[in-house]
Design a protein around this ligand. Structure first.
Ligand code: FDP
Length: 342
């Protein structure tokens, strides 16, 4: 008898459990943690699709028609990620792009063996314009003693030590893309049944890339190496091929597109703001998880001088230049930077 379509349907829960079964030492805790993050993603997705309505129904800080406090979306996303994960006993500590310090697990709850680092709402300056935004997360094993409250050293780990990472993108549909070191898989939220269903198994960057993505409005703040590299992407500087430019300005959405279509996303160091000599994006919340995902899909993540995931973090909100995408395109950036800016 032919296999039915329903029996081929793989929910994220089933997929994570299948991955867990292939790891002999797995206890199921990472599985549960990923599932809680997926649930936070569903909650955030349901809010992002109502973003404009919340404005009509009540401004942030006031009550909406249901008598609830209306929160800004980034505050809501922060709370969803925190509150779904603070009490489960799976985490030692958390850190978020939205919070200045590490986020301890409240005293009354048990402390677990994992560390969760997240960017609750990436691309938030786009929300008012109905452009896709996202949530990014990275999971590490704690370094400090089990059962005790987690510390900064649990959070300040190299990207090379990540054990799982992913993102949710709230776009024309909501997708969750994650890797636990065994390839990258993408799930699309079916709003009718409230489940993430496997829609993009084993994502690999296509060999023939299509796009380059950068805020080219900042060209005048760039080094010579960066300008020449961008010209190379446009089919100059001895390159026979040119790529198309696509830049949304929402990192998750930009990288998601390039992951599926092939290409390179970069947010380099520039001289625009002397207070930000290393660009805008954060090592812990954005660069490391995205580099891990891109590398699991066959690509490469670089600072322009070497692998992002080898950088030893010095502070929680450290910024870093980044180049992410097809390996040959990223290595070319390193080549230009070394040659002209080194
Ligand atoms: P946003 O400030 O809207 O949260 O994380 C920062 C980020 O967005 C990225 O998502 C995005 O790629 C970048 O900033 C856009 O910055 P520019 O406007 O400087 O290009």
């Amino acid at each position: 008898m032919a296999e039915s379509r329903l029996s081929r349907m793989i929910t994220i829960e089933r997929h994570i459990l299948m991955e867990q079964a292939s790891l002999p030492d797995a206890t199921g805790e990472l599985t549960q943690l990923l599932y809680d993050i997926a649930l936070a993603g569903k909650l955030i997705a349901s809010r992002t699709t109502r973003a404009g309505l919340e404005d009509i129904l009540g401004a942030a800080g006031r009550e909406n028609v249901q008598g609830e406090q209306v929160q800004k979306l980034d505050v809501y996303a922060q709370n969803a990620m925190f509150q779904l994960n603070d009490h489960t006993g799976r985490l030692a500590v958390m850190a978020s792009e939205e919070e200045e310090d590490i986020i301890p697990i409240p005293e009354r709850y048990p402390k677990g063996k994992y560390v969760l680092i997240f960017e609750p709402l990436d691309g938030s300056s786009n929300i008012d314009y109905n452009v896709a935004v996202g949530t990014i997360f990275a999971i590490y094993h704690r370094r400090t003693e089990e059962g005790t409250p987690g510390k900064s050293e649990d959070v300040l780990q190299k990207g090379a030590d990540i054990c799982a990472a992913g993102y949710m993108v709230y776009g024309s549909s909501t997708m969750l893309v994650y890797t636990a070191g065994n390839g990258v898989n993408g799930f699309t939220l079916d709003p009718a049944i409230g489940e993430f269903l496997l829609s993009h198994p084993n994502i690999k960057l296509p060999d023939e890339p299509k796009y380059y993505s950068v805020n080219q409005g900042y060209t005048k703040y760039w080094t010579e190496g960066l300008r020449r590299y961008t010209a190379w992407l446009q089919g100059e500087e001895g390159n026979q091929h040119s790529l198309s430019l696509r830049y949304i300005g929402s990192m998750v959405a930009d990288i998601h597109r390039n992951l599926l279509a092939g290409g390179v996303f970069f947010y380099p160091a520039d001289s625009k703001d002397p207070k930000k000599p290393h660009g805008k994006l954060r090592l812990l919340y954005e660069a490391n998880p995205m580099a891990y995902i891109v590398e699991q899909a066959g690509g490469y993540g670089s600072t322009g001088l070497g692998p992002i995931r080898e950088v030893v973090p010095e502070s929680l909100h450290q910024r870093i230049p980044l180049f992410l995408g097809n390996r040959d395109l990223v290595e070319k950036a390193e080549e230009f930077i070394t040659k002209y800016d080194g």
